[in-house]
Write a protein that binds this ligand. Sequence first.
Ligand code: NAP
Length: 449
Amino acid sequence: MVAGLDEKLEPIYRDVLRRNPGETEFHQAVHEVLETLGPVLVKYPEFTEHKIIQRICEPERQIIFRVPWQDDQGHTHINRAFRVEFNSALGPYKGGMRFHPSVYLGIIKFLGFEQIFKNALTGLPIGGGKGGSDFDPKGRSDAEIMRFCQSLMTELYRHIGQYTDVPAGDIGVGQREVGYLFGQYKRITNRYESGVFTGKGLDWGGSRARTEATGYGTVFFLNEMLKVRGESLEGKTCVVSGSGNVAIYAIEKIHALGGKVIACSDSNGVIVDKNGLDLDLVKQIKEIERRRISAYAEERPDATYLPDGVIWTVPCELALPCATQNELNGKDAQTLVEQGCIAVAEGANMPTTPEGIRVFQEAGIAYGPGKAANAGGVATSALEMQQNASRDSWTSEYTEARLQEIMINIHRNCHETAEEFGQPGDYVAGANITGFLKVGRAMVALGLI
Ligand code: NAP
């Protein structure tokens, strides 16, 4: 018997384990969704009849390819790249590209699977996909990054398109990489097809507020969870893990709404600044100089740098994991709860382990899972696609207002669905069920394809 799964879902999960050996992150993501779908199958037997769960767990297409490239010394390197086109019932596959040495098929499949439900939650017409490579961009020159991106796109271009599959950024892929990837696509296809990639620069088809969207959106979602509990961000002490794109703009919006972020991190260590982080300095170090976060303590002697530190030991009222998967375990969750944390909103994808989630839920604190809380990034990517399709460019104010409205709707839908299915306050169930219903109904309608 697999813990947490009812008798209809257990054999399906066992089949996922058997068919996808060794892909532990993918198993974890599937288990977390299946755990919440029992009541849906009771209420809607057509999903069982049409084998929608079995079909949703199997990607429509998986592409794996070699990426050869030369470094600045003329040495040859070989990386492996992936694009998993998971589900296109609602629209073209949509999801970022990740460059990190830990990338393998199991990580891309977990991210692609999550993306199906997240994209459905946005209410916009986008399917789910994800890609990436085990390439490590750290310490590489601009020229090396460009050669790698061009080599990758020389294969990827034949699989993507504005109506087929629309990649974007993720860990290790920011505007610089999107530029090199989009440039090579344009060169090979001889088409200025702006809608094929999102996260572009403002001068060449990007959307205002896209850079900020994931972090801002996570904070909007957190704010809604707090409102339900009669709370607000005003005066709250927060910690935000990571110091990349999502973390930086989560910090910016928390500060704008009256909270104080006292710690952030990177994969080497944690910075604690009790006065509240100086975000301009973090941006200078991370976005411009591309240095390690330890540099913050060199500039601000009042701040402490904890090499190999665990950010979740820093006492706070609000915690936002914004770095990577499984960065917050059961023990960390226990520490957070014991030290007075009242809400957790995930900017990263699947950053809390299943044990951690259990601790938060048993303690009754507000817990917003990534597939709902960080959906603002992909939602704004879909807004970028809308602007590209109409050859238009919206103002920051208008785009951010759309983002906020989308996040408020996602929160409300998750909240109401959790209540409807007898699990009030459970945003995990609310997000999974809301996303599944939308995709499942479309799959039934489109027939056995
Ligand atoms: P990013 O700009 O590359 O930043 C990632 C940050 O997380 C960096 O500070 C990095 O530190 C840290 N990190 C990465 N791997 C780590 C590890 N194994 N252990 C500890 N720290 C680690 O990436 P991002 O776009 O902010 O993405 C962060 C998370 O948000 C990911 O889970 C991503 O899937 C998710 N997400 C992103 C978006 C988006 O729009 N960008 C949208 C939805 C969800 P180092 O520099 O030391 O590696």
